[in-house]
Design a protein. Structure first.
Length: 413
């Protein structure tokens, strides 16, 4: 057994469960988290891989590095002049998770899910996904020699389904108007089929995401940012990152915790609405439409944990309208970062919070760039197109025109 004496604990009631529990939530829908023994004495060790340096913090006592696809080690870089002046935040950092093996942060969680599946000697690993998680698990399943089953809703972009297919996964496209309803129905089948259906907010996935906090802690010379903005859907990413910082504090490596910024699309904001209205429970959304298709959980299981943590720790929350998402995707691209719409929400949220005075200009703010723009090509049609049609006959005149008019700088005008 390569698992330490680890337990799962409900994040709300505190009730304890065995680590190998098939279901990822309590019967009441509360999210579970891994309690790793001995965190107070945990140390950062020398080692090449993140999971070696932070081995004391992981539930596994040994891991198979052969399952890794080289996830993580992603750049944390200054956002640059354009985005700094756009948001009014001097120390704005971007954590570029789009450079992971399947171009989203999901790979960090998939690594842990595949470790778990191997540990439990499972032949099949399954997930429910609007795309990125399915794509990621398909790649990691292929790497580990596991059968992968992905349940997708019918609105999943074709790029993501094609990617799952090419990795050899079996895709089950489920007709359902409401994604959360579909998800909860399928999760309800887990026990009946003894199938570990890993969701975006499972306890093992969150262990993968907490490694992101450790990586940023190293990248920031063992300091903690004031704020971290995370586009949120199933809630696994945001709680995983925060758990990482909590554990660093428990281990005495820092005294501070970052404040998280929960970001959602205005058209689907069950968590942000609840936080803004001072409620203790999420406000479910259904029958909505948003171009931010990677953040479409309208009734996320485990969402109450985030709402209640937000109240307890003074987190911020903001929602972003559809036209603002498209504009932010363009802004990020003009600054050199090609992200998908769900990811672009954070930039606008941070700008709004700065305008409201909830973030000040000298705060250190990290924006998580969760997924690549290549993930959903269709939405790019919403951006202004500027292709000049030319031919060998007209190219000289076209070039003349472009160099004279297109590239005017403000000082030429
Ligand atoms: C999954 C995903 C999110 C949301 O993360 P959760 O863990 O589900 O809250 C945000 N952005 C992108 C690109 C994603 O793939």
């Amino acid at each position: 057994m390569n698992v330490k004496s680890v337990k799962l604990q409900s994040t709300l009631s505190g009730q304890e469960f065995p680590f190998d529990l098939i279901e990822e939530f309590t019967a009441e829908g509360e999210s579970l988290e891994v309690v790793v023994p001995g965190i107070t004495g945990a140390k950062i060790q020398p080692g090449r891989f993140l999971w070696e340096r932070f081995a004391d913090f992981l539930p596994f006592s040994s891991v198979d590095s052969g399952v890794s696809l080289g996830e993580g080690n992603t750049p944390l870089i200054q956002a640059g002049k354009l985005l700094t002046s756009h948001t009014g935040i001097e120390n704005l950092l971007l954590k570029n998770e789009t450079v992971n093996p399947t171009w989203s942060f999901k790979d960090r969680g998939s690594l842990c899910c595949v470790w778990m599946a191997k540990e439990m000697k499972e032949k099949v690993t399954a997930t429910i996904s609007t795309g990125n998680m399915g794509h990621s698990l398909s790649a990691y399943g292929a790497r580990a020699g596991l059968n992968v089953l992905v349940f997708v809703p019918s609105f999943t972009p074709v790029e993501k389904i094609l990617a799952m297919n090419v990795h050899g996964a079996t895709v089950l496209k489920v007709g359902a108007l409401d994604y959360s309803l579909m998800k909860n129905t399928i999760l309800g089948l887990a026990k009946e089929f003894s199938l570990r259906i890993v969701s975006g907010n499972g306890p093992i996935r969150a262990e993968g995401y907490k490694l992101t906090a450790f990586e940023m802690f190293e990248q920031m010379n063992r300091t903690v940012p004031d704020f971290i903005a995370v586009p949120t859907s199933a809630c696994g990413h945001i709680r995983g990152i925060f758990k990482g910082y909590r554990e660093l504090r428990e281990a005495g490596l820092t005294e501070r915790l970052p404040k998280m910024i929960v970001v959602q699309a205005a058209n689907n904001s069950p968590i942000v609405s609840a936080i803004k209205q001072g409620k203790n429970h999420i406000i479910p959304f259904s029958n909505f439409k948003t171009i931010a298709e990677a953040i479409t959980s309208g009734n996320p299981a485990g969402g109450d944990e985030i709402v209640q943590k937000a109240h307890r720790h003074g987190w911020l929350a903001e929602d972003v309208a559809e036209d603002e998402i498209i504009e932010s995707q363009r802004m990020l691209a003009r600054a050199g970062f090609f992200v998908e719409p769900a990811t672009a929400t954070s930039l606008r949220a941070v700008k709004k919070l700065r305008e409201q005075g909830k973030i000040s200009s000298n705060h250190t703010v990290v924006i998580m760039l969760t997924g690549s723009g290549l993930k959903d090509m269709d939405v790019l049609r919403a951006q202004p197109q500027s292709v000049v049609e030319s031919s060998l006959k007209t190219i000289q005149a076209d070039l003349h025109k472009i160099l004279r008019s297109h590239f005017k700088t403000p000082s030429d005008a």
